[in-house]
Design a protein around this ligand. Structure first.
Ligand SMILES: *Cc1c(COP(=O)(O)O)cnc(C)c1O
Length: 440
């Protein structure tokens, strides 16, 4: 069905579905099969030569995964998408489809810790270096690190845990001036709240494990290609796309035009490195996406109420949520996220690490867990978990104090969540009083 002109909620249910004509199931079936039958000798040859776009082996493509790919490409406004096994697989596959040894990445410093370690450690050992930009909203800061070998700019639309909104347009302007693709990790925003391609991003990645799946059951990742870059006009900086010819004498740019990046990511990087998703995962993702707008709207409304409530609590020193009038990112949130600022944010307790520990151990409804975008509300202490491998100086520079807690607000009744927070904060205050009285 052509999705053009339809609203987001309609598209999240219908886009990308191509009904199976044999039995006409309404839901997309789970094609849990490793391979697909070739009709004859010639068809096998055509599939391998990519002369026909039918399926051959599930590492190269699968109908259930393809339905997710089409749907997410539609919701993000991209030309094509590739589903992989996790968000980390999406980041590594997307970047490795653009860089090789000797190349350089410019990345915002405020990004998911797993991506930061991937760049700093794994990629460094492959001869790929990364510069981290402290103030990602300052175009000059990006200009200062870009060099002739820079092949990718990387940032997150809503960085975790501090909800410090990115000015995508400002970074995209720098990227376009240099002819370097801008990859935006849009995990925390989802295409319901923000579509980076509309603001100049060239490639969007997601951890689909979070809000897209939505129920905390599966891992997945997706790469969306805006299909905007003319790879033949990149001065040979991406020779694997623009110059290297295959057995048929043609380059990726010849064969796939502006979709050369996603074709290469799919048929060279993902096919060979093998971060394939299970078709069962793809099915659960489709089901999650069908309620995305409803969930994200509610997540955001509850997060706003809780952030306001926390800000007024005497045990809380500060709240980092761009929905708050006091937040320095409020103007950018209004510009980029008019529908809501998502459910993930941080707040800092006055009592430092001891208070954070008491709080974490006192919640009953919030789950102590490292995940985001779950239907359940989650809490984590970044300094002792996700950011434990950073030095104290690096944590201070990133604003990750010992009293800081990250929450992902779920879909429970907001009054029940506030009651749980109230109880945990009362425990923090009681412990503090005992300590001051010299009793504890
Ligand atoms: C969780 C997350 C990832 C990694 O995704 P996985 O699915 O856990 O591999 C990457 N980026 C962001 C912003 C995330 O929140």
């Amino acid at each position: 069905m052509p999705a053009e002109g339809l609203g987001f909620a309609t598209r999240q249910i219908h886009a990308g579905v191509e009904p199976d004509q044999s039995h006409r199931p309404r839901a997309t079936p789970i094609y849990l099969t490793a391979g697909f039958v070739f009709d004859d000798f010639d068809q096998a040859n055509e599939r391998f030569a990519q002369a026909d776009d039918g399926y051959s082996y599930s590492r190269a493509g699968n109908p259930t995964s393809a339905a997710v790919e089409r749907r997410i490409a539609d919701l993000e406004g991209g030309a094509d998408a590739l589903l992989v096994g996790s968000g980390q697989a999406a980041v590594s596959t997307a970047v490795l489809a653009l860089v090789g040894a000797g190349d350089h990445i410019a990345s915002a410093n405020s990004i998911y810790e797993g991506s930061r370690e991937l760049f700093r450690d794994n990629f460094a050992r492959l001869g790929i270096t990364t510069s981290f930009v402290g103030d990602a909203n300052d175009p000059e800061a990006w200009e200062a690190v870009i060099r002739p070998e820079t092949r990718v700019l990387f940032a997150e639309s809503i960085p975790n845990p501090k909800n410090d909104i990115l000015d995508i347009r400002a970074v995209a302007t720098v990227a376009q001036r240099h002819g370097i693709p801008l990859i935006i990790d849009n995990t925390l925003a989802t295409p319901y709240l923000l579509r980076p391609i509309e603001h100049g991003a060239d490639i969007v990645v997601h951890s689909a494990s979070k809000f897209l799946a939505g129920h905390g059951t599966v891992l997945g990742g997706v790469i969306v290609d805006a299909g905007r870059i003319d790879w033949t006009a990149t001065d040979g900086r991406y020779p694997h796309l623009s110059d290297d010819v295959g057995p048929d004498g043609r380059t990726f740019a010849d064969r796939f035009g502006r979709a050369a990046f996603s074709a290469y990511a799919r048929s060279v990087v993902a096919l060979r490195q093998g971060p394939s998703p299970s078709p069962f995962t793809a099915f659960l993702l489709l089901q999650g996406i069908e309620t995305l707008s409803l969930r994200v709207q509610r997540h955001s409304e509850s997060a706003q109420r809780i952030a306001e409530w926390l800000e007024a609590h005497p045990a809380v020193e500060s709240v980092d949520y761009s929905g708050l009038a006091s937040n320095p990112f409020r103007p950018l949130a209004k510009q980029y996220l008019p529908r809501g600022q998502g459910s993930v944010f941080a707040f800092t307790l006055r009592g430092g690490r001891d208070a954070a520990k008491t709080f974490t151990n006192s919640v009953r409804l919030f789950t102590r867990m490292t995940h985001l975008g779950d239907v359940r509300s989650l809490v984590l202490h970044p300094a002792s978990t996700t950011h434990v491998n950073r030095t104290e100086d690096e944590r201070v520079a990133a604003g990750i104090g010992q009293g800081l807690l990250r929450v992902s607000i779920g879909l429970e009744d907001v009054e029940d969540l506030i009651a749980d927070l109230d109880r945990a904060l009362a425990a923090v205050q009681a412990a503090d009083l005992l300590e001051r009285a010299g009793i504890a």
